[in-house]
Design a protein. Structure first.
Length: 205
């Protein structure tokens, strides 16, 4: 299975079933980055050439991409939709017209699978988990036989997380113990009305 995290620098990962240590979990065979030019027109040619090389080299039975989500910047959203459309076309025409199947994974699904949450408490409010958190989580749950990206190649780690979420394999206890847990807001007592006055009563929040 070939997974893609589409962005200006696209992360990719090749996964297969059959981790030597835990058969239920997938094994990362290879991963990397597709470096795309910022030039809008050349970007499509650049992506098409590199993606077709990946298909020819690895011959995956399935291509997995992250489902669209809306950016605040409309132009960025349109650019991502165009890249996904190009990937779908290349998959449909791959292997001499036989094509390769394409599946989608929701953006938040991979974060929830690896970290257990999509947000964390930063001391003042809940904010989205960071790229560094996701990278740490992926490193924690994978076995030592997996090929991992270089430190800081966040889009490649994102691609691995997408594949892990798609397989939805149960994480072994050791992996769950290593997984970084995003901090949550401290529990606070709830105020309840008691005999005309207010009294702080903890209700297990």
């Amino acid at each position: 299975m070939l997974t893609l995290d589409l962005a200006l620098h696209c992360g990719w990962a090749l996964l297969a079933r059959g981790c030597p240590l835990h058969r239920a979990q997938p094994l990362v065979i290879e991963c990397g980055m597709l470096r795309l030019t910022a030039h809008e027109t050349r970007r499509f040619t650049n992506l098409a050439v590199q993606f077709e090389e990946l298909l020819d080299l690895h011959r995956p039975a399935l291509v997995l991409i992250e489902q669209n989500f809306v950016f605040r910047n409309v132009r960025s959203t349109a650019a991502l939709n165009q890249l996904q459309g190009l990937i779908r076309y290349l998959c449909a025409t791959a292997y001499g017209g036989l094509g390769v199947d394409v599946a989608m994974v929701d953006n938040n699904t991979s974060k929830k699978f690896v970290l257990g949450s999509t947000q964390y408490w930063n001391g003042e409010a809940y904010v989205g988990v960071t790229k560094d958190m996701l990278e740490t989580g992926v490193r924690a749950v994978l076995c030592g036989d997996c090929v991992l990206p270089a430190v800081g190649d966040h889009d490649a780690f994102d691609a691995i997380a997408i594949g892990l979420a798609y397989y939805d394999a149960p994480l072994v206890p050791a992996a769950l113990a290593r997984r970084p847990i995003p901090p949550k807001a401290p529990k606070t007592p709830r105020l309840t009305r008691v005999a005309g006055t207010h009294k702080g009563v903890s209700r297990g929040l």
